[in-house]
Design a protein around this ligand. Structure first.
Ligand code: HEM
Ligand code: NAG
Ligand code: NAG
Length: 311
């Protein structure tokens, strides 16, 4: 094909279908909505004051958003009777924090209507929540668009007992490597898991992969009368964004099977040790991997008015 032809075809599609292409850059809203990032930060900071668990909620939401159709806020779409969206997937996530995104969106709609995408709100709010909890504050490009689809059937996230090699396959399919996978799992340094996600590790016979004292405690907690109880993923500092998670899994105190797997698998053990002994290396690596995950964008979409429904 000659270049002129490609050019004509491109413009034909562009004008015929009104395709909007995402163009990520630092400070995308600098002229169109200069206070966008500070408005989002204000909402996150206020919430964090009363609810430190918001960091974990947003991290998980961001991951589940980016790994399904790219970071396009498809995870925010509410299901309808006739059409189930990603929120209804089994992994579904018990994802939390939707109301914080709504709050930020409402403030942004008052300031600059139809300018700031829901996908960027998730990205920026997560960045801010990580920094508030003790992580590195990183600069992240913006300009994401909100996707036009959200299908329950698209959700193909790994289960909690996934093997390191199967998990790597998924990450590789998204352009991320082993080091980045181990880094991003470091997000489990905050937040909690419901017992049903690790119950299989508590039943006999004991495979020896969990510290017996922890195992006994979890057995007790998980059979409490409480309906589907939870346990902190990082048993030492559950609300601090630090490298403690790696120290804990080296002590066989990982909660999810995949968390313990990365400490035990020979392909990842050295990476875990490096992060366990060097907090600065982990924090830098985490910031870079989050930026990279945030670059998984859908290049077609809109800026939603309400994050829960398509325009
Ligand atoms: C790669 C494989 C991964 C698996 C199999 C996995 C699995 C899980 C599971 C089963 C839970 C418990 C959910 C619940 O009980 O409500 C959880 C929680 C969590 N995950 Fe992951 N995860 C993975 C990767 C990630 C990544 C890459 C991130 C972020 C960068 C992340 C962030 C979180 C956070 C912060 C929580 C706590 C959520 C809360 O407190 O509400 N996870 N994960
Ligand atoms: C997740 O899915 C279950 C059923 O699959 C549903 O009952 C629940 O409301 C969903 N959670 C959210 C947050 O949408
Ligand atoms: C078990 O429950 C108690 C009381 O809620 C809590 O303090 C403890 O941290 C839990 N243990 C584990 C391992 O989750």
């Amino acid at each position: 094909m000659n270049r002129k032809f490609v050019f004509i075809v491109f413009f034909f599609f562009f004008f015929t279908f009104q395709v909007v292409l995402a163009d990520l850059k630092i400070g995308f809203y600098k002229t169109t909505c200069p206070r966008a990032e500070s408005i989002i930060f204000g909402v996150v900071r206020r919430r964090f004051t009363t609810d430190k668990s918001i960091t974990a909620a947003l991290l998980r939401m961001h991951f589940h958003d980016c790994f399904v159709r790219g970071c396009d806020a498809s995870i925010l779409i509410d299901s309808k009777d006739e059409k189930q969206s990603e929120k209804d997937a089994g992994a579904n996530l018990t994802v939390r924090g939707f109301e914080l995104i709504d709050e930020a969106k409402q403030a942004l709609e008052e300031e600059c209507p139809l300018m700031v995408s829901c996908a960027d709100i998730i990205t920026l709010a997560t960045r801010d929540a990580v920094a508030l909890a003790g992580g590195l504050h990183y600069t992240v490009p913006t300009g994401r668009l909100d996707g036009l689809q959200s299908n329950v059937g698209d959700v193909n996230l790994p289960g909690p007992s996934v093997s390191v090699s199967d998990d790597l396959q998924l990450f590789t399919s998204k352009g991320m490597n082993l080091d980045e996978m181990v880094t991003l799992l470091g997000a489990h340094t905050v937040g909690f898991a419901h017992c049903n996600f690790f119950q299989n590790r508590l039943s006999s016979p004991d495979d020896g992969s969990m510290d017996p004292a922890l195992r006994n405690q979890l057995k007790r907690n998980c059979t409490s009368s409480n309906d589907n109880p939870t346990a902190f993923l990082d048993q030492k500092t559950a609300f601090v964004f630090d490298n403690q998670f790696y120290k804990q899994i080296k002590l066989r105190r990982g909660i999810l099977q995949i968390d313990q797997n990365i400490a035990d698998d020979e392909s990842t053990a050295a990476i875990v040790s490096r992060f366990a002994s060097n907090p600065v290396t982990f924090q830098r690596s985490f910031a870079n991997s989050m930026i990279k995950m945030g670059n998984l964008v859908a290049n077609e979409g809109e800026v939603r008015q309400n994050c829960r429904v398509f325009n």
